[in-house]
Design a protein around this ligand. Structure first.
Ligand SMILES: Cc1cc2nc3c(=O)[nH]c(=O)nc-3n(C[C@H](O)[C@H](O)[C@H](O)COP(=O)(O)O)c2cc1C
Length: 401
């Protein structure tokens, strides 16, 4: 999938220690199909040579407004007019101050004044600089002017200070850029997504679970947020970071997941249950670690709350209920049965156990079953792509504007 195919992106680089990470951002953009042109401040060129960006982007780097002989003396206008988006990463306190005040005294600031496409700013600086009131005032001002701010991360910085100010991860910046181009067809909608496995304890140190990585559910949550939805992600234990702009509710057991989902269901326009929950749990969890004193060990199980069935009972008019079914055989029959029994609008089913589909993989091969009896076989694709396709189909069901 090349989500940025045909897009012209301006990558602005200002003089911070994180300049070297701009190269990685450029590579991510290029891999997604974008044509990247780089504009650097003179100070940025002290950190990374423009030649690096020139070699990788395949275009001359714009650093000097008044350099004759480039063949395009008006690059600050022509590049700006061609841009589908412009991102400054890293953005220094200095460049943020200049842009917030409409100052245009070098190639980057002058070009940014001329850009009418979406503009993203990725601040990166020492924590005290970042928390300085003038810098915060300037960031607020830029946000009010319509700039998209990609907040810095926290941690130990190059200057050894600990706190906010570290350039957001290249992957996160890349995702913000992708979101700029997504349709906003979920704007104003409340979407509840569940993801990951649940854990049913048998003693304080052991539990019954499954290998769900949460990748599919997180991809759905990310895609919905990118398309403008207010997303609540009810997640079992996984090792993924929650997507930007998503409100995550951390749970462990099926019962906790049920309670979290029911609390949100009332307000939801769409509920997408991607989590692989345990259908059974040990009737009781031992209060202390079970010792290996006997040759065999028997556990007695009881059914957990059937979240989907309960949601079906509470379903309000216009609400869309989507389930996932992971099967190891008889996919069609099992999915159809679940669709009818749980009064779902749509069920996405996949056979698990293969190398390229189901648990822990980055790709999925889904088959969609609709309540009108039709079904659709999707080819193998990235979980991100599958998530967007699923959201497209939900829109087509009429639950969205
Ligand atoms: C080693 C070094 C690292 C720096 N790192 C940063 C930084 O991460 N963020 C920042 O805002 N300024 C940083 N500065 C200060 C900027 O380079 C300085 O404010 C400069 O005027 C910015 O120019 P520009 O915005 O035109 O690129 C650093 C300076 C030096 C010498």
């Amino acid at each position: 999938m090349e989500p940025l195919s045909g897009k012209n992106i301006i990558l602005g680089v200002s003089g911070g220690i994180a300049c070297y990470k701009s190269v990685e951002i450029m590579r991510l953009l290029q891999r997604a199909g974008a044509e990247v042109r780089v504009v650097m401040t003179r100070n940025a060129a002290e950190f990374v040579a423009p030649l690096t960006f020139e070699a990788i982007s395949g275009h001359p780097v714009f650093t000097d407004m008044f350099l004759s002989g480039s063949g395009d003396a008006m690059r600050h206008i022509s590049w700006a007019e061609n841009a589908d988006a412009a991102v400054i990463a890293p953005a220094t306190g200095n460049i943020i101050g200049k842009l917030a005040n409409g100052i245009a005294d070098d190639a980057l600031t002058t070009l940014m004044l001329a850009v009418t496409a979406p503009k993203l700013i990725c601040p990166a600086m020492n924590t005290h600089m970042y928390e300085n009131r003038a810098v915060q005032r300037n960031i607020d001002g830029l946000e009010k002017d319509g700039y998209i701010i990609v907040e810095p991360g926290e941690g130990e910085l190059a200057c050894k200070a600990v706190g906010p100010g570290r350039l957001a991860d290249p992957e996160r910046i890349f995702n913000f850029i992708i979101d700029v181009f997504l349709p906003k067809d979920y704007f104003g909608k409340h979407v509840v997504v569940t993801a990951g496995p649940t854990r049913e304890p048998m003693d304080p140190v052991r539990f019954i679970s499954n290998p769900s990585s949460g990748k599919m559910g997180y991809a759905v949550a990310r895609a919905a947020a990118g398309r403008g939805a207010h997303v609540i992600l009810v997640s079992g234990p996984v090792s993924l970071d929650p997507p930007a702009g998503v409100h995550k509710v951390q749970v462990s057991t099926t019962q906790e997941m049920a309670e979290a989902v029911f609390a949100e269901a009332e307000n939801a326009d769409v509920i997408i249950k991607v989590a692989a929950v345990s259908d059974y749990r040990p009737t009781e969890a031992a209060p202390h670690k079970v010792k290996k004193d006997s040759e065999t060990l028997s556990l007695k199980f009881e059914k957990t709350t059937d979240i989907l069935a309960e949601l079906a009972g509470r379903k309000k008019t216009g609400q869309i209920l989507v389930g996932f079914a992971a099967e190891t055989r008889d996919l069609e029959q099992n999915a159809a049965k679940k669709l009818a029994a749980k009064k779902l609008d749509l069920i996405a089913a996949n056979l698990v156990g293969g190398d390229d589909s189901g648990f822990e993989t980055d790709t999925n091969r889904l088959r969609l079953f609709y309540k009108n009896g039709t079904s659709e076989e999707l080819p193998l694709m990235d979980k991100e792509e599958a998530a967007h396709l699923l959201l497209d189909r939900i829109v087509a069901l009429g639950g969205q504007a």
